[in-house]
Design a protein around this ligand. Structure first.
Ligand SMILES: NC(=O)c1ccc[n+]([C@@H]2O[C@H](COP(=O)([O-])OP(=O)(O)OC[C@H]3O[C@@H](n4cnc5c(N)ncnc54)[C@H](O)[C@@H]3O)[C@@H](O)[C@H]2O)c1
Length: 330
């Protein structure tokens, strides 16, 4: 499917990745319906940070993926749906697991049903590398077992399996993007890179972190968004899960070192016990095998970690009002 000129729905459009995807789809020539989570202040969150021209060119729709009636209306008339809306914090999933099942599992079911009802020609669903849990082998390809090491991960596995079942049972034209850790401008301090950079840029005398030994594959948001667009346009990817990540593993400690170089300030790292996850829940190692993305989509991770850190640091420096570095954000 060529996306140019198509009407597309993005759920989670005012989120971190969603806002970048909206911009990329507008650049690709799509007519974008941006669905964001309703609140009584009509806040547009990250969509406030896109250019006025982009904002003027899109249709904004507020609602809730948990509402099946709303989702039927949201999907109506669309040629493609990008489903990103989700609850994504792992620590918050320890305290509100039911909300994760509602939003991530039931919400995805509603998107699937709406696409099935309307005969929507293309759905791109969002998974996460968290579904793999601690690597049993590296690099992790799409055949790696799935392990629910947190309620978040379990809810995303549930959603992914519903997607699989709608492809196999109803031939729904759906493909699943499985991003490894994504970072970049606009990401909240819930995630480790903005948390580190915001603390350093605020002049904190010590850097408060959880366990610094887990290894992650950090992919710049522009690379992930490129994966969404390519996946939506690839007919051969229907029914498939496709990893996007860089193939480079870095520990949280190494990321902190790189961030200190980017910011030009060194501080001691101290362990903050509230940031330590239960032992069985901590995913110790994630490292992506992106061969399938390369072969099917011609995808490559364009922007590397150091360049991405520079861009992210610049954004945080210019938007310190969005961050509270002294607090642990979940
Ligand atoms: N950030 C990462 O490192 C990463 C990695 C892998 C996968 N993902 C996945 O990518 C997607 C986007 O993540 P993100 O990092 O941009 O997170 P985000 O929290 O910035 O975006 C998620 C969006 O979903 C919206 N949302 C939550 N509940 C909703 C509901 N009931 N109805 C409608 N909207 C709702 C939120 O308001 C938010 O704007 C998620 O599906 C996430 O699981 C993220």
């Amino acid at each position: 499917m060529d996306l140019s000129g198509r009407k597309v729905l993005v759920t989670g459009a005012s989120g971190f990745i969603g806002s970048h995807l909206v911009e990329a789809l507008v650049r690709r020539g799509c007519r974008v319906r941006a669905m964001l989570h309703y609140d009584s202040r009509a806040q547009r969150n990250n969509l406030e940070l896109v250019s006025p021209e982009v904002l003027r060119s899109i249709e904004v729709m507020a609602g809730d993926v948990v509402d099946p009636h709303f989702m039927l209306r949201a999907v109506e008339g669309c040629d493609a749906v990008f489903h990103l809306a989700a609850l994504i914090s792992i620590p918050y999933s320890y305290v509100a697991p039911s909300a994760y099942v509602q939003t991530n599992v039931v919400g995805t079911l509603n998107v699937l049903e709406a696409c099935r009802f309307h005969g929507t020609p293309r759905l791109v669903h969002t998974s996460t590398s968290e579904c793999y849990g601690t690597a049993q082998y590296t690099p992790i390809d799409e055949d790696h077992p799935l392990q629910g090491q947190s309620p978040y991960s379990a809810s995303k596995i549930g959603a992914d399996k519903l997607v699989e079942s709608y492809f196999l049972s109803f031939n729904l034209p759906v493909a699943t993007l499985r991003p490894f850790n994504t970072f970049g401008p606009r990401q909240s301090a819930r995630a480790v890179i903005p948390s580190i950079l915001a603390q350093l840029l605020a002049g904190a005398r010590e850097l408060r972190l959880g366990d610094v030994s887990p290894v992650r594959d950090m992919n710049f948001v522009g690379n992930t968004v490129d994966g969404y667009v390519r996946l939506a346009e690839c007919d051969a990817a229907l029914g498939k899960v496709v990893n996007v990540g860089t193939g480079r593993g870095v520990s949280i400690g190494e990321i902190a070192e790189l961030a200190m170089q980017v910011v030009g300030r060194r501080t001691p790292i101290v362990t903050d016990s509230q940031r330590i996850r239960p032992a069985g829940s901590e995913v110790r190692l994630l490292l992506c095998n992106y061969s399938r993305a390369q072969e099917l989509l011609g995808w490559q991770p364009g922007v590397g970690l150091e360049a991405g850190l520079e861009q992210t640091a610049r954004f945080i420096k210019d938007h310190m009002e969005l961050y509270r570095p002294e607090e642990y954000a979940v």
